[in-house]
Design a protein around this ligand. Structure first.
Ligand code: SAM
Length: 282
């Protein structure tokens, strides 16, 4: 008998991956966590039936969420990751010798434990000595921080369940306050393509526009997320995402599979329909 994992992306679209084995399934205090061994995508981590990470395409998401801000501002030393329990974002950050401190605030310890046990590809650097793990609600955590981080990465689930508050105006205000002068915030900005994700992208973008002086959006292609067309937000107190210093990133000699400085510049060039959505929100 064939086994398939199916994500109901919306009422008209489903996405399925053929499964070798259902390795893990447990309900935490916050959400349902599953790990599968798939044909073609390696290990697959889902939360509440939504794809978080597959071993085959996670490099795209994690390289784009980290190397874009680090190329825009190479002097980043202190980083806060909110969410990110699979460890992929931290793995990429630890490749920078210049980063001194990485605080990761993940609400659900079970996601970290499961990733450490079953998905070493993403979780392997969570034990780096610069990494401090906090098992707390990121919304509360940022309330008490001021002028502390050069970079905040919001590596969140969709705005349902515990992730909902990570898409509110108050949360973005607190991130602004927690950032140092010239700080950067990167946020998981959903997708412009299908209506459900487009609504969330618009809502988040509109709120961030009110708080940060520089707000840009960049795109990447993510085969296992709805429509495959996904966005991150780049917001800052002054640094522009595309600037004269970007090419210096190449001197670092960090080997990547997706990110390069051409992609960096190109990822901020948006299709017309996405520009229209952003214009409508201004
Ligand atoms: N790459 C993934 C995606 O976009 O599908 C997201 C990765 S990561 C697994 C998302 C994490 O955010 C989850 O482990 C979840 O527990 C965490 N999370 C959700 N709400 C949170 C909150 N309020 N504070 C901290 N972490 C939160």
């Amino acid at each position: 008998m064939e086994l398939w994992f199916t994500e109901n992306q919306n009422e008209n679209v489903r996405f399925s991956i053929k499964i070798k084995e259902h390795i893990y399934s447990e309900k935490s205090e916050f959400q349902k966590i599953d790990v599968y061994e798939t044909y073609g995508f390696g290990k697959l981590l889902t939360i509440d039936g939504i794809i978080m990470v597959t071993e085959k395409d996670e490099f795209i998401y994690h390289e784009m969420i980290t190397h874009v801000p680090l190329a825009a501002k190479p002097s980043i030393k202190s980083v806060l990751v909110i969410g990110g329990g699979d460890g992929g974002t931290v793995r990429e950050l630890t490749r920078y010798k210049t980063i001194e401190k990485i605080d990761m605030v993940e609400i659900d310890k079970m996601v970290v434990d499961v990733s450490k046990k079953y998905i070493k590809q993403t979780s392997k650097n969570l034990n780096d000595e610069r990494v401090n793990l906090y098992y707390e609600d990121g919304i509360e955590f940022v309330k008490n921080r001021q002028d502390e981080y050069d970079l905040i990465i919001v590596d969140s689930t969709d705005p349902i369940g515990p992730g909902e508050g990570l898409f509110t105006e108050d949360f973005y205000k607190n991130c602004y306050k927690a950032l140092k002068e010239d700080g950067i915030m990167i946020n998981q900005n959903e997708s412009p393509y299908y209506e459900k994700e487009r609504k969330e992208f618009k809502r988040a973008n509109k709120k961030i526009q009110k708080i940060f002086p520089i707000v840009e959006v960049y795109q990447f292609h993510m085969p296992t997320y709805p429509s495959g067309h996904w966005l991150f937000g780049f917001s800052s107190k002054g640094i522009k995402p595309v600037n004269k210093g970007i090419n210096d990133w190449n001197k670092l000699d960090i080997k990547t599979k997706y990110y390069n400085t051409d992609i960096h510049n190109a990822s901020f060039m948006l299709p017309n329909y996405v520009k229209e959505i952003i214009k409508d929100e201004k």
